[in-house]
Design a protein around this ligand. Structure first.
Ligand code: SF4
Length: 282
């Protein structure tokens, strides 16, 4: 027997999530910002980090968005094999709910109909971006994140070849971070996708961003690489909001996938400090 989940249950859960998470910078980010304040020595840098913490507190208390750009709405969905959704198409149900949630919570409308020929606003942040995967079990897991345009614009996909190796990965990352400068609103969370192909690598990088920021990578060699890359990024001296300092990034997270013998895809997805995401499990 399948486990039936009504589309109205999904709508309620998403509406409830939207009443809180857009107003709350992810707590792990704030913890890393607090930690960074201990390592910075310049008064100006410490004051910028303190402003990020103060802004986050005001946003949470006053139910105001921490940044005006509430971004593209990205849904990572895992549907258990035993789940049957009744009452509507999942994507339609989510877009309908997103429209309602955006209007009820006064989220800035940030999506246009067509990239070139009709840049009129859809008015309600629809359509969302969906990534749907079938998994074992009888649960529906929905992870939602918002991706601001500034940081997304400075993200890059680079199709390296296997001879490039780790040194090239570091070089490319530093090039991307330097090019971004203040435009991606550092301190950054950096999602890196290595492997897969032209479409998988960016997806790995994006999903990396919603990983646990306080846990090391479970694979020791990648945990060490994350540390090496974080240190290299922070040695650029770009600092919080690009005004100098030791904290250009708070965390580097790497996700990998098998890849073609001739390829070494590298995707670098920059995320700003205004990093918000949430998870619903039904
Ligand atoms: S990059 Fe982030 S902090 Fe900067 S404007 Fe966009 S959403 Fe806001």
């Amino acid at each position: 027997m399948p486990r039936i989940i009504q589309s109205t249950q999904i709508e309620q859960a998403i509406l409830q999530a939207y009443h809180t998470f857009p107003f709350q910078i992810y707590p792990q980010v704030l913890r890393l910002v607090s930690d960074a304040m201990e390592t910075e020595t310049e008064a100006r840098t410490i004051s910028i980090l303190q402003s990020i913490l103060d802004n986050a507190q005001i946003a949470r208390d006053e139910k105001m968005v921490p940044c005006q750009d509430t971004g593209t709405q990205i849904f990572f969905i895992e549907i258990g094999r035993e789940v049957l959704i009744e009452g509507g198409n999942l994507e339609q149900c989510i877009n309908h709910t997103l429209s309602q949630a955006s209007q009820e919570n006064f989220l800035r409308a940030s999506i246009v109909h067509d990239p070139l020929f009709d840049r009129t606003n859809t008015g309600d942040n629809t359509p969302a971006v969906f990534h749907v995967k079938q998994v074992d079990g009888d649960r529906l897991r929905i992870r939602i994140t918002q991706k601001g345009g500034g940081a997304e614009n400075m993200s890059r996909l680079i199709m390296l070849t296997p001879a490039s190796g780790i040194d090239q990965i570091e070089e490319q990352l530093l090039r991307v971070v330097r090019e971004a400068g203040s435009k991606a609103c550092p301190p950054l969370i950096i999602g890196i996708g290595i492997g897969g192909n032209f479409e998988i690598a960016p997806l790995l990088a994006k999903e990396a961003l919603i990983g646990d920021l306080l846990m090391p990578n479970p694979q020791p060699e990648y945990a060490a690489l994350e540390q090496r890359l974080l240190q290299a990024v922070n040695e650029t001296g770009i600092g919080p909001m690009g005004l100098g300092g030791k904290t250009t990034a708070l965390r580097v997270l790497i996700r990998t996938a098998p890849c073609h013998i001739a390829s070494l895809p590298l995707a670098i997805n920059l995320q700003c400090h205004s990093h918000k995401h949430t998870e619903i499990v039904l």
